[in-house]
Ligand binder design. Structure first.
Ligand code: ACO
Ligand code: OAA
Length: 375
């Protein structure tokens, strides 16, 4: 596939649908850049909040700006009582992406964006509140516990792990969450971001744009692939079984979740980063199955189909090794991608024309209406 891939055809593939100064995907040189910075450099040395600031405010922050920004976000973490009550009504077997969608939408009712001048503040509020929206619902519906939504964790990744596990996370886990949130933050005109931009182009409010984007990210062909990949890898108890199972899935023409990409031709630059952290965590927990199984699937997919793991594949084992329940994988993606979505909404608003493409009509020719009695 690597050589043959052509960016054209259905799905608007290869068509320029607008301009962005936020990221480049799959261009020569660095595979993925955020405002000109290679994502691998950001993942190695930056904090997620620095990247959020870069995307939302235009430049990397100075030390003082970062301190003020993280302080602002940490003060916005708590949830209003009315939102907690809504979350308590959502059943334990609901999909957590539906919880995120509802949480975002409900917050838009009680703290609406009444004017576009509020767009940065409303985004910061969502950025600070999303981990608590996910964890308040999860802990209440699964453990019967009404958690305190405020922690003293310095960063969003640590705050999320603390809310989920009710204890201070290790430095290693905080670092991995930070890397993961950076890798997922922004990706040009992917399906969910394009959804947000279409919504923004009607001059709708920020919460509507983000709620719509969450709906698009939920699907297994997009953000939902990390959960689907986990469900697949945990079915195998050895690399040999994984190879056999993968060959079987390919023979049945099943889609293998966590592989392939709409834009990248032969690798996803985020993969090497998250794979390395997955390996570190595998060593930390003494894993002898999941990581080797993942590698066996990875190798088989390349040998058989020249398909490569995308950002989602090794995120599955990475999150699993940190004790994160599979159903929360895609909501974590929301906590990160919110930054990219919102930055695109700002960009769309700054130079807007309603997005309204045309369709090629393939239906029947024009015909005469037949009254119901005569049909
Ligand atoms: C963060 C993210 O959102 S990354 C993407 C996450 N999604 C997934 O991992 C889901 C699995 N992957 C896929 O479904 C696809 O690769 C997508 C949706 C990511 C991209 O779709 P497309 O751009 O249509 O893929 P592409 O044009 O490269 O497909 C080429 C061929 O490879 C096949 N193919 C692509 N990915 C896979 C896969 N994961 N498993 C099996 N076959 C695949 C396609 O079916 C197609 O075959 P065909 O020509 O016989 O129809
Ligand atoms: O760009 C895409 O089509 C999907 C993707 O990898 C992302 O949104 O991170």
């Amino acid at each position: 596939m690597a050589e043959a891939k052509v960016l054209s055809g259905a799905g608007l593939r290869g068509q320029v649908a607008g301009q962005t100064a936020l990221s480049t995907v799959g261009q020569s040189g660095a595979g993925l850049t955020y405002r000109g910075y290679d994502v691998r450099d950001l993942a190695a040395d930056a904090q997620f909040e620095e990247v959020a600031y870069l995307l939302l405010y235009g430049e990397l922050p100075t030390k003082a700006q970062l301190a003020a920004y993280t302080e602002k976000l940490s003060k916005l973490r708590d949830l209003p009582q009315a939102l907690k009550e809504v979350l308590e009504r959502i059943p334990a077997d609901a999909h957590p992406m539906d919880v995120m969608r509802t949480g975002c939408s409900f917050l838009g009712n009680i703290e609406p964006e009444s004017d576009f001048s509020e767009q940065h503040d409303k985004t910061d509020r969502l950025l600070a509140a999303f981990p608590a929206i996910m964890c308040y619902w999860y802990r209440f519906s699964h453990d019967g516990k009404r958690i305190n939504c405020v922690t003293d964790e310095a960063c969003i990744g640590g705050h999320f792990l603390h809310l989920l596990h009710d204890k201070k996370p290790s430095e290693l886990h905080v670092k991995v969450m930070n890397v993961s949130l950076i890798l997922y933050a922004e990706h040009e005109f992917n399906a969910s971001t394009f959804t947000a931009r279409v919504c923004a182009s009607t001059l709708s409010d920020l919460y509507s744009c983000i709620t719509a984007a969450i709906g698009s990210l939920r699907g297994p062909l997009h953000g939902g692939a990390n959960e689907a990949a986990m469900e697949m890898i945990e079915r195998f108890s050895s690399p040999e079984e994984a190879v056999e199972g993968t060959l079987g899935m390919l023979a049945r023409k099943d889609k293998i979740m966590g592989f392939g990409h709409a834009i990248y031709k032969d690798n996803d630059p985020r993969n090497e980063v998250i794979k390395a952290w997955s390996k570190k965590l595998a060593d930390e927990v003494g894993d002898t199955v999941l990581f080797p199984v993942s590698e066996a699937i990875d190798k088989t997919m390349w040998e058989q189909k020249k398909l490569f793991p995308n950002a989602d594949f090794y995120h599955a084992s990475t999150y699993h090794f940190m004790g994160i329940p599979t159903k929360l994988f895609t909501p974590i993606f929301v906590c990160s991608r919110l930054t990219g979505w919102a930055a695109h909404v700002f960009e769309q608003r700054a130079n807007n024309r309603i997005i309204r493409p045309s369709a090629e009509y393939v239906g029947v020719e024009q015909r005469k209406f037949v009254p119901i009695e005569q049909r």
